[in-house]
Design a protein around this ligand. Structure first.
Ligand SMILES: [Mg+2]
Length: 396
């Protein structure tokens, strides 16, 4: 099965309906230590409930000599550009030889184990696994050795919702009742917001915890924005709420500081969504830096690399909570791993409305669990009815 073409398409469309309250609030950012950055909301933030929301996304297609097409995405523009640039090396290769292709791509580009090139390799690898599934007429998780379960439990990731305590109480209760097994909320404030920000962060934690039953799991995400000193203060203040985990309080290049925080905190510390490949995670795991690791299938090197990282994590008895860029890709990796290794699917409520908009079938939870997809490959295709405008980019 020879690779004959690699293409990226830019799709434009409109999200007519999306979760009420979409993009009301952003998460804390490391740049919030600067007054002018702290004052800026998300570029997406809108106070308009409902209403049309324009979407632009890029997708990768890999075609083979026997007429099959593998799909990767959604991607952004820079990501798609890197994917096409690296896609030159795919022409003429055996599409089933994913290990050789990854080895060639990692070898050809000196900076390929990090950043946008690692993301490009990831998208290529997912599209190749989509092709492999279509070639063998089987869902990807079957080819990875699964399934380990018939359904996958999900946690609701509440990025974009208001963090006003009254709104949090209402939504936390609502999403618990919808069957989600746990919820993750995103802190808005960091060291730049002083004591007032600390109080607001604690008000969010209090509201989410009190609005849900006593042993229901609540997690909190800090998106690299806290720094070690602030994190130590917050860990003490958050202890009464017993979160299931605290996510990415600092950047994971500070491996020693992460290891000390993890050793000292009375609840688990998670991170790793911006780390890539087995080599990053080998370092983090060897240093006992995290209680839970969170590689993203679409950032870390694809289905192939995410699977290797799961195996590595299992040797440390560290659970993997895959970061949720692509639920359609993640469910295959998760379904092929024991529940102790991959316990939950991250389902970003608002992102999935956008990221799965152009697909003919959405992979979404029902009553808090995702039924394993049965179609060959990854199991999603572009629904041309959703495309208002399309532009194709081929190899140079
Ligand atoms: Mg996160």
């Amino acid at each position: 099965m020879e690779i004959t073409d690699v293409t990226c398409v830019k799709l434009e469309g409109t999200l007519e309906e999306y979760p009420e309250g979409i993009l009301q609030e952003r998460l804390a950012r490391p740049t919030d230590v600067y007054d002018e950055y702290r004052a800026v909301g998300s570029r997406h933030v809108t106070t308009e409930p409902g209403g049309p929301h324009p979407l632009t996304q890029y997708f990768l297609t890999i075609e083979t000599s026997d007429g099959l097409r593998g799909l990767g995405g959604p991607l952004d523009r820079l990501w798609a550009t890197a994917t096409l640039e690296m896609g030159q090396d795919l022409l003429g290769q055996n599409a089933l030889a994913t290990e050789k292709i990854a080895d060639v791509l990692f070898g050809r580009w000196g900076d390929a184990i990090t950043g946008v090139r690692a993301k490009a390799i990831s998208a290529i690898d997912v599209a190749l696994w989509d092709l492999r599934g279509k070639h063998y007429d089987a869902p990807v998780y079957e080819l990875l050795g699964g399934p380990t379960r018939d359904t996958l439990p999900c946690y609701a990731s509440m990025l974009g919702f208001s963090v006003d305590p009254d709104d949090v109480r209402q939504r936390a209760s609502e999403y618990h009742e919808r069957g989600f097994q746990a919820q993750k909320w995103f802190f808005r404030h960091g060291p730049g917001s002083g004591e007032e920000g600390i109080e607001r962060n604690l008000a969010l934690a209090k509201a989410a915890t009190e609005a849900t039953p006593e042993h229901y799991d609540i997690m909190f995400d800090c998106w690299r924005s806290w720094g070690t000193s602030y994190t130590r203060t917050m860990v003490n203040r958050l202890a009464p709420y017993e979160p299931r985990w605290l996510e990415q309080p600092i950047d994971s290049q500070h491996i020693d500081q992460f290891a000390r925080l993890t050793a000292d905190a009375p609840f688990p510390i998670a991170g790793g969504e911006h780390d890539t490949t087995r080599w990053d995670f080998h370092q983090l795991l060897s240093a006992h830096a995290l209680d839970i690791i969170q590689p993203d299938t679409y950032y870390t090197g694809g289905v192939s690399e995410a699977t290797k990282i799961c195996t590595l994590a299992s040797t440390h008895d560290v659970p993997v909570m895959l970061h949720g860029h692509s639920v359609p890709a993640n469910v295959h990796v998760i379904a092929a791993q024991p529940p102790t290794v991959c316990p939950l699917v991250e389902f970003l409520i608002q992102r999935n409305a956008r990221y799965q908009h152009f697909f003919d079938e959405s992979i979404v939870p029902n009553d808090g669990v995702i039924e394993l997809p049965q179609r060959p490959g990854i199991g999603v295709e572009i629904d041309e009815n959703t495309v208002e405008r399309k532009e194709s980019y081929g190899l140079e």
